[in-house]
Ligand binder design. Structure first.
Ligand SMILES: Nc1nc2c(ncn2[C@@H]2O[C@H](COP(=O)(O)OP(=O)(O)O)[C@@H](O)[C@H]2O)c(=O)[nH]1
Ligand SMILES: [Mg+2]
Length: 292
């Protein structure tokens, strides 16, 4: 006799159902995400990247008037993308424009060159859901790595990271890396002004001096897929150094935030409340398990 499917391996099915409900519960409280992508002649690389960002709610491409049709490729592959064109004033200027245009709860800055794996985005966002304001990728903490860095850049980054740790009393493992997620609600507090590759340093040090909660997450940097890096190790290293030293003077020396920061959005609140509830439940379990 044919039994209803439901009765076959009911235990397994119940487990699967609970799993689906759990995933659905997490999806419901998962914040919306905007990927901000600065581009300067990255048409070929966008063909690799954009299809891999299908799960992201919003894509903002800030193009430095590329000569290779980057903006057209972006519009064709992602018709709902916001594409901003501006003179090639530097990666920092592009990222600031992208942050201003983003509308989601969480912003993830990701390079266009295929060096940052979009599959890592969920790990960044999960840490935001745990209560962090800024989550920076690290190629040097356990689980991270790079196929892209030259010896000179590796040494420069190591030295600059150590200096940042001394100046700001932090324990970062990677300073000059552009794979970063942040709550959109903290963008104004960061008061970003950098035009060049020092933008990541400015973002991180201003986050410290304004008291934001910062986490590092392991990230594996891949080789740029095609084209060449626009970074100049000596020139941009000096700009990073200057940004770090200036930032040490603290927020009082920067201009005031341009707008009043707003509170978390509904989906952020749900996620944060849930993670607080889960933390409280875990603490309860530890208490109950503690001897005596
Ligand atoms: N819009 C814009 N994007 C830029 C500019 N300079 C660099 N980028 C982008 O910033 C990202 C990082 O640049 P890249 O040359 O790969 O630097 P690297 O990863 O540090 O070697 C890439 O997606 C570039 O296309 C610029 O002046 N304007
Ligand atoms: Mg690159």
């Amino acid at each position: 006799m044919h039994e209803p499917d439901f009765f076959h391996g009911a235990g397994v099915r119940t487990g699967a159902l609970l799993h689906h409900l759990d995933v659905a519960r997490h999806r419901a409280s998962w914040p919306t995400v905007t990927a901000v992508i600065p581009t300067l002649n990255e048409a070929a690389n966008l063909r690799w990247l954009l299809p891999r960002l299908a799960g992201v709610d919003e894509v903002v491409v800030v193009d430095g008037e590329s000569a290779d049709g980057t903006a057209d490729v972006a519009r064709r592959l992602r018709p709902d993308a916001v594409v901003i064109s501006q003179p090639p004033a530097g990666k920092g200027a592009a990222m600031r424009a992208g942050f201003r245009a983003a509308t989601s709860d969480v912003i993830v800055a990701i390079d266009a060159d295929g060096s940052m794996d979009p599959r890592e985005i969920d790990a960044f966002v999960a840490l935001i859901c745990c209560g962090f304001d800024v989550v920076k990728g690290s190629r040097y903490c356990v689980g991270g790595g790079s196929d892209d860095l030259t010896l000179l850049r590796r040494a420069g980054n190591l030295w600059l990271t150590r200096l940042a740790n001394v100046l700001y009393g932090v324990r970062w493992t990677d300073l000059c890396y552009g794979y970063i997620a942040l709550r959109r609600s903290v963008v104004d507090r960061l008061d970003l002004a950098a035009d060049g590759f020092e933008i990541e340093t400015e973002l991180c040090v201003n986050a410290v001096t304004t008291g934001l909660r910062i986490a590092e997450v392991p990230s594996h940097e891949l080789d740029r897929r095609s084209g060449v890096s626009k970074l100049n190790a000596a020139r941009d290293g000096l700009r990073v150094l200057r940004t770090m030293v200036q930032g040490r003077r603290g927020p009082a020396n920067r201009s005031r935030p341009r707008t009043v920061p707003r509170g978390p959005l509904a989906s952020e609140r749900t996620a944060l409340e849930r993670s607080a509830r889960e933390r409280a439940a875990l603490e309860q379990v530890h208490l109950e398990e503690a001897p005596g």
